[in-house]
Ligand binder design. Structure first.
Ligand code: GDP
Length: 196
């Protein structure tokens, strides 16, 4: 299991604070509350690891985890959180953008969306802006347990259709952190990125 037993390495507040990369990195992004922390926890098999990112003062930070196999997981600050001052929002955007654009060790992006609100304007902006990098994006439609089988299957098809122009670069799956559903599919996709 690719992500198992990841351990917290460090938190970074400014792009300049990023350590020199020591291995391939997989980054996680998503709107605040989309379910990013829960998804990371489900993938690594800890109950609380990524909640480190949710403790007060850490929500604006980039948090770095390392797996025993030397894969780095990068938890980027959630975007689109309304109740923050503009200056703080700019700081987040700067950290996220600088990381996503400049980090050579970044292999691919896991983009977390709530299956009930996929592809919001901010999600589309992030994709529009990241896709020219040519790096792969895997979309997790999480909280899939909150919809009926029919409704979530329909949403999956709809999101795949919307992203079809980038089908060589973007993949989409259903996920549930609550039910631990979809973990193997993520491992297969990311494993494919790593072996090229
Ligand atoms: P983040 O802000 O993106 O890190 O979101 P969290 O992981 O903290 O999740 C936001 C809320 O959604 C929390 O109340 C979680 O318990 C809930 N949640 C996250 N993932 C799931 C899931 O797969 N199923 C269900 N039912 N709830 C979830």
């Amino acid at each position: 299991p690719l992500f198992r037993h990841a351990e917290f390495v460090t938190s970074i507040a400014k792009p300049a604070g990023l350590p020199v990369a020591k291995g391939p990195e997989i980054a996680f992004v998503g709107r605040s509350n989309a379910g990013k922390s829960s998804a990371i926890n489900a993938l690594v098999g800890h109950t609380r690891l990524a909640y480190v990112s949710k403790t007060p003062g850490r929500t604006q930070l980039l948090n770095l985890f390392r797996t025993p196999a030397g894969l780095y997981l990068v938890d980027l600050p959630g975007f689109g959180f309304a109740k923050v001052p503009e200056a703080v929002r700019r700081g987040w955007a700067d950290l996220i953008e600088r990381y996503l654009h400049e980090r050579e060790a970044l292999v691919g992006l896991i983009h977390i969306m709530d299956v009930r609100h996929p592809l919001t304007a901010l999600d589309r902006q992030l994709l529009d802006w990241f896709l020219p990098s040519g790096k792969p994006v895997h979309v997790l439609l999480t909280k899939a347990d909150k919809l009926s089988h029919g409704a979530r299957t329909a949403t999956l098809a709809q999101v795949r259709r919307a992203l079809a122009p980038w089908s060589g670069q973007v993949t989409v799956q259903l996920f549930s952190a609550l039910r631990k559903q979809g973990v193997e599919e993520v491992e297969t996709v990311v494993g494919g990125w790593l072996t090229g």
